[in-house]
Design a protein around this ligand. Structure first.
Ligand SMILES: [Zn+2]
Length: 213
């Protein structure tokens, strides 16, 4: 799957190369379009050809964990940053206040099934993005959900998907997501678009449930 992911970056860059060095590169939100899609295809094939129930559970569980890390966890990080910066506008924050915000956000994102002990209060400081590239982590969740929505669209196996997908990759950094998604009939400003992406994760969790624990 790592090979499929990195190969996706390679294909994306080769297809976008005709845009020239200044426009071939995509913004961060679209950088994973080919890589995550390739990973998704490879994952599906691995899972569909695996007959051993124990191994199927392992494949599904690691995929679900991966997706939760990329989507749910990064959104929680983003929310933490927003609350910290809002609170900081009213004055300096003590380590205790920062810890309170961190713990509140983590509880909200993962729910009651997790027990966080006091040692976890300072874990926000191991994430370098908060200091060096603030307000950036949303791009992971954005990119992943965008590809999941595209993948859900692809599963309906509509005619011409492949050509439209290649055109999207060929555009490199010349267009923003609104224009790029329009040929697929998708719109990122519509909440239903994001539900499509999240439903892909939900589907894997259901499959895992069905596979028994
Ligand atoms: Zn990547």
């Amino acid at each position: 799957m790592t090979l499929a992911h990195e190969l996706g970056h390679g294909v994306h860059q080769v297809l976008a190369a005709e845009q020239g060095p200044l426009l071939a590169d995509t913004p961060l939100t679209l950088a994973e379009t080919a890589s995550v899609f390739g990973e998704q295809l490879t994952f599906r094939r691995l899972l569909d050809t695996e007959k051993d129930p124990q191994r199927r559970r392992m494949i599904l569980a690691s995929k679900v964990e991966d997706m939760l890390n990329t989507v749910v966890r990064q959104i929680a990080f983003c929310e933490f940053e927003r609350r910290i910066h809002d609170a900081r506008a009213d004055g300096e924050l003590t380590p205790d206040q920062i810890g309170d915000i961190w713990m509140a956000v983590q509880h909200e994102s993962l729910g009651d099934v997790f027990n966080f002990d006091d040692d976890y209060r300072s874990f926000w400081c191991y994430i370098p993005h908060f200091i060096h590239t603030p307000f950036y982590v949303y791009a992971y969740a954005f990119g992943d959900c965008l590809v999941n929505a595209l993948y859900a669209h692809y599963q309906k196996a509509e005619e011409g998907f492949q050509d439209r997908f290649f055109d999207m990759l060929k555009a490199g950094g010349t267009k923003r997501h609104k224009e790029l998604l329009a040929p697929f009939g998708l719109d990122a400003s519509d909440p239903a678009f994001w539900s499509m992406g999240l439903n892909v994760i939900e589907g894997f969790i259901d499959e895992l449930d069905d596979a028994g624990g």
